[in-house]
Design a protein around this ligand. Structure first.
Ligand code: B12
Ligand code: SF4
Length: 446
């Protein structure tokens, strides 16, 4: 029973480094639980388009899934778009297979109607696929394919399935930085103005059992050889403290592998950070997002710069490197806030700061509505080609000039963020593991 399904991860982006296609690892587990047989083909790891051609001619899947991760760089200083690569893959699939094609993945979920029509696919699943993909496979197996094309997952009902990493694919990604990724929860209840994560994952937390998280980490290390773990949660430190239970479970499991995650710079105490460090915390990526209280409020961040400073100083006192990601040029940015932001960031000792200019406008966010209200975009405008929101109170050129000038020659204040790409590649090439920005801080400390 069950059908053969080919799941293709179409992502070919290798900056800041190649990332294991975790979504398909979850889906492969869900499909197996439902009795379907899945082959995972990864364009980067399994031999590119040529390799896909031979998989399509030698196998006869009854359903083909395309996972679409990235639309573009979301960086106004290096605007590269990625969907044309998916069009090439789709053309190949249609040429060599008559199986229905279903689209999914974060990029698809952000622009489902636009991408379904552009790629002329049969189906699309918006959001998580653990429940809906096996259901669709079941419909196809029973000869009753649905007439409707787009299905939306209900986060509250989506189950956690066993994660199935693929050994050959894992080997490829591990060669670039030694990292595998694990998720401990889904959803984000915050309402930061530019952010698509809550609409992708839902606005309520759904937690993975801490023991299961620790098990996944230990398996990634023991069975696949991961030297570093990246927790892909939208925000690792939730106010309910699930992340502390994860840390305790990692300690109980005897984890010694370093890990990193995205943190919200709020609500940290020394004991908390010490516990995280004992569980393997090696570096923190902080969603600081703005440089002063006025622009933090403009992005609806819900914390103040003092909170950022507090989190940074605590981490610094425990020798945990921090990276702050800052979007300059968002709502309420002007010359004054830019200068204040640059100055405030100087006070964040032992940290790296990456600056971005302007906000990539994505549907489902507050900035999307604001951009419509301000006449920057129209509601029915195709959003595949990136459009950036810039505060009307400061010119884009002026902003870029000031940032370049302020951070010229700095190793730890980085603008544009893309200048790090070659350095990361070089360090990974030389066998260093992890996200690599932390290397800058550690090197300086020695
Ligand atoms: C963690 C993360 C990172 C980390 C990854 C670290 C690591 N080692 O894994 C880092 C910081 C490195 C990173 C980098 C980038 N990222 Co990022 N990242 C994320 C984040 C927060 C989570 C991704 C993840 O792993 N999710 C967990 C897995 C399990 O979920 P999933 O992949 O979505 O899969 C589920 C569903 O999508 C669906 N599904 C997936 N595939 C398929 C296929 C089919 C057929 C079906 C039916 C369903 C389906 O089912 C899966 C299981 O439920 C997302 C935002 C988010 N909250 O989703 C952004 C996100 C994916 N990133 C994004 C971008 C743009 C990037 C960068 C290009 C940014 C840059 N210029 O550097 C790079 C690209 C990196 C690369 N090589 O591809 C965008 C992509 C969309 C867009 N706007 O273009 C997102 C959505 C954030 C955003 N800005 O909106 N990222
Ligand atoms: S920026 Fe972070 S905290 Fe804010 S909504 Fe997005 S994921 Fe949640």
């Amino acid at each position: 029973m069950g059908i053969d399904c080919l799941l293709i991860s179409t992502n070919q982006v290798v900056t800041p480094y190649p990332v294991y296609p975790l979504g398909i690892a979850h889906l492969a587990g869900a499909m197996e639980e439902a009795g379907h047989k899945t082959v995972h083909y990864d364009i980067l790891a399994n031999g590119g388009i040529e390799g896909l051609k031979s998989v399509l001619t030698s196998s006869h899947p009854m359903l083909v899934g395309l996972s679409i991760r990235n639309l573009d760089t979301v960086d106004s200083t290096s605007k590269e778009t990625y969907i044309s690569e998916v069009i090439d893959i789709m053309t190949l699939v249609r040429h060599y297979s008559s199986a229905p094609v279903v689209l999914g993945g974060p990029a698809f979920s952000i622009l489902p109607d636009e991408l379904l029509s552009l790629l002329d696919a049969d189906y699309g699943i918006v959001g998580e696929g653990e429940l809906l993909l096996p259901w669709l496979a079941g419909c196809i197996e029973s000869g009753d394919p649905p007439a409707k094309k787009i299905f939306r997952s209900n986060p509250a009902k989506n189950p956690w399935s066993p994660v199935q990493y693929d050994r050959k694919i894992a080997d490829y990604y591990l060669a670039w930085g030694g990292m595998l990724n694990v998720q401990t929860k889904r959803g984000c209840p915050y309402t930061c103005g530019y952010c698509s994560y809550p609409s992708l994952e839902g606005r309520r937390y759904r937690f993975q059992d801490p023991e299961a998280v620790a098990h996944n980490v230990m398996r990634a290390v023991r069975d696949f050889g991961a030297d570093y773990i990246f927790f892909t949660d939208s925000v690792f430190n939730d106010p309910k403290g699930h992340y502390l239970k994860v840390a305790e479970a990692l300690i109980r499991a005897g984890n010694t592998t370093p890990w990193c995650a995205f943190f919200r710079p709020q609500g940290f105490e020394k004991d908390t950070l010490m516990l995280l460090k004992r569980s393997g915390l090696s570096a923190m990526e902080l969603g600081t997002d703005a440089g002063c209280d006025q622009t933090l409020a403009g992005l609806h961040k819900g914390f103040a710069f003092d909170d950022v400073k507090h989190a940074n100083d605590l981490a610094h006192s425990l020798a945990i490197p921090c990276a702050h990601f800052i979007i300059f040029g968002g709502p309420d940015e002007d010359r004054g806030t830019l200068a204040e932001g640059i100055q405030n960031l100087e006070s964040l000792n032992g940290s790296v700061a990456f600056a971005f200019a302007g906000i990539r406008i994505l549907p489902g966010t507050a900035i999307f509505e604001r951009a419509i209200a301000e006449g920057i975009i129209t509601r029915d405008q195709p959003m595949r080609e990136p459009v950036y929101y810039f505060s009307p109170k400061i010119e884009e050129q002026e902003l870029n000039k000031q940032l370049r000038k302020a951070w010229a020659g700095r190793f730890d204040r980085i603008f544009p963020a893309s200048v790090m790409e070659d350095r990361i590649k070089h360090l990974h090439n030389h066998g260093h593991v992890g996200p690599m920005w932390d290397f800058l801080v550690r090197k300086r400390r020695k």
